[in-house]
Design a protein around this ligand. Sequence first.
Ligand code: DHB
Length: 304
Amino acid sequence: MLSTTLGNLKLSNPTILASGILGNTAGLLKRMAESGAGAVTTKSVSLKARNGHENPCVVELKTGLLNAMGLPNPGVEEFKKELIEYKNFNLNVPVIGSCYGRTCEEYPDIASELANYVDAVELNLSCPNDRDVLLFGQNPKTVRQVVSDVKSVIDKNKLLIVKLTPNVTSIAEIARAAVSGGCDIISAINTITGMAINIETKTPVLANKIGGYSGAGIKPVAIRCVYEIARELEGTNVPIIGIGGIKSGYDAIEMLMAGASAVGVGTALWNNDKIFIEICTEIKEFMERQNYNKITDLVGCAVK
Ligand code: DHB
């Protein structure tokens, strides 16, 4: 009942481990796959290793998390070993490789390398903690160019996913640009830029000052963005992975009805390893109660 497809990927259920949390090693990806995710996404990988920002780089808020990790990762060469190890577990849970470039020109190099070890490549065009990336992820022309440059160098069978920032006036316009560049799937949203200030010390809490806000508090923004993208892309057959504040089956159903074909889960894993199973159980109960037969019957049914 819950199985579905995303392009040529077969998912046992519509939940996906979102990029950025618990996706740094083969062991963690395996743990997420075994805890019920329909697919898993790696932390964004760059061409060269990065240490990330100084601490504090994560703050827990009442309604989510604020983070400025600074994209710490071992670089694509080292990370390949984790992906080979993951493949050798033979888990039958697709892996999406997220990548990040310091410049537009770096994306084709990283993506073409990463594509050899994953089922789909996701371009992180939306990290809130790198001003340059956010700026070109906010510009439809550069988004289109990066996507088409990457598309021309990766294997035709590998799906190309583009993850968009909500920190724009029209996310629908950016989605349209990504699709015209040749992307196969849109994922939205990445975190919203945010800030917290310690009023005793009169200083920003994060060492990087500004970070990306995620979790329950951003769900209405994510639903709105997915809805706007779904309306923009009507008739294109480009699926959307809806991400932002999903922590229950009801949240997931809302996201599917807004036009997502699958849902990403990230911050909800902060204190709950059983989240994928809980979401799936709630979706299934709802579908049985309301006589829905398959996930695609829910997709976009609120998009008018
Ligand atoms: C980071 C990257 C992201 O894409 C995001 O949404 C938040 C934080 C980072 O590693 O800094």
